[in-house]
Design a protein around this ligand. Sequence first.
Ligand code: GTP
Ligand code: SPV
Ligand code: MN
Length: 637
Amino acid sequence: MLHFNTIPEDYVKKTAQCAQLALGCSRAAHQTALRGAATPAQLASLTPKVRAFVERSAALCQPDHVHVCDGSEAEADALLQFMQKQGTLKSLKQYDNCWLARTDPADVARVESRTFICSENERDVVPAARIGQKSALGNYIAPSDYENAVADRFPGCMKGRTMYVIPFSMGPVGSPLSKIGVELTDSPYVVYSMRVMTRIGSKVLEALRQDETFVKCLHAVGHAGVPGWPCDPQRTIILHKPADDEIVSFGSGYGGNSLLGKKCFALRLGSVIARREGWLAEHMLIVGITNPQGRKRYIAAAFPSACGKTNLAMMTPTLPGYKVECVGDDIAWMKFDKNGVLRAINPENGFFGVAPGTSEATNPIAMSTIFRNTVFTNVAETEEGGVWWEGMGRAPAKLTDWKGQAWTPESKTPAAHPNSRFCTPADQCPIIDSEWESAEGVPISAILLGGRRPAGVPLVVEARDWKHGVFMGASMRSESTAAAEHSGKVVMNDPFAMRPFFGYNFGEYLKHWLSMPQAGRKMPKIFHVNWFRKNDEGKFLWPGFGDNSRVLDWVLRRCDNEPCYTETPLGYVPREGDLNTQDLGPIDMNTLFSIPKDFWLQEADAIGKYFKEEVGSDLPKEMWDELETLRKKVKSS
Ligand code: GTP
Ligand code: SPV
Ligand code: MN
């Protein structure tokens, strides 16, 4: 139990007086700014459980004001005005309603080392092999340490500030697959971002009146940091307590650390809820593909952070006659319906996408999505009030870099932070799928898994069956990226692209996946892809991006059971000529699909070591069997 104090009587009165909306600035100013927004009546209109959560959190954090977000345009305008005054956001004059934020340089990515899952039993969180030790598959925190971490940081942490109450829905409001959360935060940047990334405001409160279930999300930035970007990197902690539907986050204002609907709720708590309720919460994009014959199918794909989900979700196919439409770019909630079809929703409402590498050449759809109503964080700024990042095209002669310093093409440091991002409404995407808000979700025909593998791993491999596909997911590895605090490009295990996002014991997660095939269910085919294989000179062997449609074409033909494959020790791959490479120019297909025996024997050893050292007796036996099969097949190849 968290030791929240009960709210003092005079605080309730004060809150009621101040509920005429408080943006932390002088009362007169915020009253003008937010006239017509929350009222004492609105506070009173919270459901009893939400109100109790707000009151005990307010008593703990002691904000000067409490503001219940209604999600209105007036509220958004007031937040923008306030953030400009605070120096958190700057208007980007070149575009319509676009904003630039620069974080404290110490607060730029997810901090996995300070992210914890709390449960009575460590084994609920950490696989058998790592009990009492550091686990690569999620950090455990005991309930008493959790309480202490909160007690050390939260009392009085919102003094002088406003506590915003953000009722939000993950998924379309009212969909049977959607879930509700309430985030309390002292960061207006978080409020504004949550308004883009989730559905917030009065309509969610309305839905809560039908069903009072919600996830409690408490977030505070702390009092260190730089002007305009309060944070406390030294004391940052991100806590999850699945048993109480509770998330508590302190010290960081950026990304998945602070937009608590995203990784904390939709994946970490989401995976726990999904297991309990028999569905899947995954780090996957969802995309619709129409082939030249006009047949449309949807696929989901799990790639680790900064490994190509947004790009695939918005792809412009180079294969003639193909059409791609986007349902989501980061998270999929998937459930078998009563007809045995796996259906997916995107629980999000916006894209929090990696900026560097996004260009007219790589992702023209993103480029036509993001220059309206967008918050850019840690990108470089041009003299004209526009944005720039590495990979966008030629660098302008003069820029202001992500730290606010003058930058020229001769500068030795990147102009934009490698994990700089855009936060943009999904419905602005010109290829957003007509069914993207469908309450029942879209039917999934195939699941792709993949990562950044510079060596040894073929462009595409189809799993022989579901169990083999689960093994492929369990043994996924990828080069680390800037999305978290890891430095250097080391190949790390990232099973199902979920390593930083498991809410429970990974061994149990695998058992849950293995339990999916049931009578009457139509199982999607599973594939592993790798757009990132390099030649000896370190150049990518595959052009990627729009040309990935050639791989999707093969995937869909395999979903139709076309016999366009040959068997290898790793699974099924296209035979020579099966992959459509028309008009592609010279591609070293032999190297792209080669399966070096030594590499794969080492890979099998590495997978075995990982299974043994990180999972141990919680690993389902099926995974050992699959590893043995792999080893045998490679040996005899
Ligand atoms: P998160 O939002 O962190 O979960 O990442 P994401 O998986 O959505 O990654 P994203 O699509 O934003 O890609 C990140 C980087 O990978 C960008 O710099 C892209 O340009 C690059 N990238 C994406 N697809 C390809 C590809 O097919 N080939 C190559 N070479 N690079 C790619
Ligand atoms: C990721 O790192 O996978 C992201 C960005 O999608 S964040 O929301 O910061 O986790
Ligand atoms: Mn992600």
